[in-house]
Design a protein around this ligand. Structure first.
Ligand SMILES: Nc1ncnc2c1ncn2[C@@H]1O[C@H](COP(=O)(O)OP(=O)(O)O)[C@@H](O)[C@H]1O
Ligand SMILES: [Mg+2]
Length: 228
């Protein structure tokens, strides 16, 4: 299944295996939400139904940001091809409960092939113990897989380890992990965005670190370029 992110599909050997749950890890501003939108738009372009669950930005902010890339999310939503679901993080316990109890049925009824949850960091903060957190994320990934949809879960990275998610769990429970990083250039005059496929069950993927840009038409991975 193509991600819709130019260059990333090359790194993945064509795309992500259908039915997989892929975590996209990165700090703020690395393009996680944008990557989620691109994944959804690719599906919509193929005539698939898609669900975007946002715990961070509200519908207005999402549709406005999307339109800055020339993407009309609202049009897809009004046609019934896209469900934009906003969950209030203030009502977090209910959000977790609703995702667990309602998401599988909703994916089936809506007929969604692609699901994005932006982000699971807020979700996993709600669990009290690491065991509950692991259990919660594990169940979430299993429910999505059983529903037949493919999913992209965005996650903040850990402050101490930029190679790990903030909850330190999603990379274990997901089938795939894509790591976005913002690194200083050698003279620190500029930041360079880099992407790496750390894990992808069932795919012969590249492990090279590649530069990418966030352009006026979304994320573009320079899959043939070397880092400076
Ligand atoms: N229309 C646009 N054209 C080019 N770059 C953009 C545009 N809109 C946003 N960006 C870049 O994308 C970044 C935000 O990406 P986003 O997907 O929201 O990141 P994250 O979800 O990881 O915080 C902005 O900080 C900006 O650098
Ligand atoms: Mg975001």
């Amino acid at each position: 299944m193509q991600t819709g992110i130019s260059g990333l599909d090359d790194m993945l050997g064509g795309g992500i295996p259908r039915g997989s749950v892929v975590a996209v890890l990165g700090s703020f501003g690395t393009g996680k939400t944008t990557a989620g939108m691109q994944f959804i738009l690719k599906g919509l372009g193929e005539g698939e139904k898609c669900i975007f669950i946002s715990l961070e930005e509200d519908e207005t902010s999402l549709t406005r940001n999307a339109s800055s890339f020339g993407w009309d999310l609202a049009a897809h939503a009004s046609k019934g091809a896209l469900a934009l679901v906003r969950l209030e993080p203030t009502d977090a316990k209910t959000s977790v409960e609703r995702i667990r109890s309602e998401l599988p049925g909703f994916i089936r009824e809506f007929g969604a092939s692609r699901v994005v949850i932006d982000s699971v960091s807020l979700l996993s903060m709600l669990y009290d113990t690491p065991a509950e957190k692991r259990g919660g994320l594990f169940t979430l990934c299993r429910l999505i897989r059983e529903s037949g949809a493919s999913a992209l879960l965005t996650s903040e990275i850990s402050e101490n380890n930029p190679g790990a998610s903030r909850d330190g769990m999603v990379e274990y429970t997901a089938d795939g992990v894509i790591l976005l990083r913002s690194v200083d250039s050698s003279d620190e005059s500029e930041q360079q965005l880099t992407i790496r496929v750390v894990k992808m069950r069932g795919a012969a993927h590249s492990r090279r670190i590649r530069p990418y840009s966030i352009t006026g038409s979304g994320i573009v991975v320079h899959s043939g370029a070397e880092l400076f």
